[in-house]
Design a protein around this ligand. Structure first.
Ligand SMILES: *Cc1c(COP(=O)(O)O)cnc(C)c1O
Length: 413
């Protein structure tokens, strides 16, 4: 395994986390190359000979080095903005290996996607379809598309990461899909290629996934009866990981659920969290141990600016010491909070730990939606990202500087 405690020290592959904290300071993200590659290969191998295409969801973690490693394994990429498109290309991907998802693609982004020769644009509304057709016509191009349908299933995850319910903003209601496909098929500069769905993130049960897939397959068969032949079915991403005591299906079980998709359709998928979630940790140091009449607080140098998941979704991350506690450490039940001026700024509540000022900790399973959601709130530079590869340590993004934070600003004359 890539993350192990040996004699009270957290090892990331062959490197003690404390050595990385010494060299790069905290807060700091650290990733394991071996874990990243193993996760991608687990998906790839689960399909055996079945034709499939994995488009890693860049929004989970868009670091160029990580994208490039996945590209070298043969991964494609799911992108949701022009910025992610540029990142995927910079990491080595060709346009054809990209799928463009998202509910609000701008004129400029659709133009950029056509210029890059993106493999499939997953369209989410009637006006988007019309806008895309017009841009393609202007450019003398044919735009390859899938419609992202909303299958109206409850994914049983946190409401903020549910996307496939009728009340969500995403996708085209599945009841309206046939009519829109027929309309798309008549448009001069649109080529209908597939159907896509994505019902949510951190899914821990198979039933909603199986339900959504079966509805989408039914739609594909219905389209065939109406003379619209699709070449692929894109089942989205969303497979959950273990943060605490969840019991998500394994990748093998998940892929088995997809075996009901008829062989003539290529299977496309867009995993994000399940590829990078357990690849990374966030290292942080305790600045102060503060006792109030109500609580023991550990005030850390990481905050919601580095890892917003606890503040945004009440997410739970395991917190571990990366080296043995000092004899002076105080064992108590702590709320771990950051320095940011928001009550929502917390990393973890109610953890039994022995802490003292300077104790260094790791927030586990922080590889997905960690750095990619980091912000500069409170004028805090974003942390470095470090890749461990066996005994090698590679700084794949250096700590942001204060000069960078102010770049582009100007005084009024
Ligand atoms: C976010 C997203 C994904 C990835 O979801 P994970 O839960 O990280 O696997 C895939 N497809 C689309 C359209 C998304 O919005």
């Amino acid at each position: 395994m890539s993350f192990n405690h040996v004699d009270g020290r957290l090892l990331i592959e062959a490197v003690p986390a404390s050595a990385i904290a010494d060299r790069f300071g905290t807060p700091c993200y650290v990733y394991s190359r071996a874990r990243l590659e193993a996760n991608w290969r687990t998906y790839d191998r689960a399909f055996g000979a079945r034709r499939h295409r994995i488009h890693y969801a860049v929004k989970a973690n868009g670091n160029l080095a990580l994208l490039n490693l996945l590209h070298r394994l043969g991964s494609g990429f799911d992108i949701v903005s022009g910025g992610e498109l540029a990142r995927a290309i910079a990491a080595g991907a060709s346009g054809a290996e990209l799928v463009f998802s998202g509910v609000g693609k701008s004129q400029a982004e659709l133009t950029q996607a056509l210029a890059a020769g993106v493999g499939c644009i997953n369209v989410e509304s009637v006006p988007e379809l019309e806008r895309l057709n017009a841009i393609a016509q202007n450019r003398g191009q044919i735009a390859p598309i899938a419609l992202r349908v909303n299958p109206d299933v409850d994914p049983k995850t946190h409401p903020y990461i549910s996307t496939g319910l009728e009340q969500n903003k995403f996708g085209i209601p599945i009841r309206e899909a046939l009519a829109l496909y027929q309309r798309a098929a008549r448009l001069s500069n649109i080529a209908v290629r597939g159907v896509a769905c994505h019902i949510g993130s951190q899914l821990t049960t198979l039933a909603p996934i199986a339900d959504a897939v079966s509805r989408v397959v039914d739609l594909a068969l219905e389209l065939e009866r109406h003379g619209i032949a699709l070449s692929h079915i894109d089942v989205g991403g969303g497979l959950g990981i273990v943060y605490q005591d969840e019991t998500p299906p394994s990748v093998a079980e998940y892929v088995r659920t997809l075996s009901d998709i008829p062989e003539r359709f290529d299977i496309h998928l867009e995993p994000g969290r399940s590829i990078v979630g357990d690849v990374g940790v966030l290292l942080t140091s305790v600045e102060y141990v503060k006792q109030t009449p109500a609580k023991h607080f550990a005030i850390c140098d990481a905050a919601m600016t580095e890892l917003i998941r606890p503040a945004l979704y009440q997410a739970w991350h395991d917190v571990v010491l990366i080296e043995p506690a000092l004899p002076s450490a105080l064992a108590a039940t702590y709320d771990l909070v950051g320095p940011v001026c928001e009550t929502a700024d917390f990393l973890a509540y109610g953890r039994a730990l022995a802490l003292s000022p300077g104790t260094r900790l790791a927030l586990m399973n922080a590889g997905a939606y960690g750095f990619s959601m980091a912000s500069n709130y409170n004028a805090r530079p974003r942390p470095p990202e470090i890749l461990v590869d066996g005994a090698n340590v590679i700084e794949i993004r250096r700590r942001e500087t204060l000069v960078e934070l102010m770049t582009g600003e100007a005084m009024a004359p």
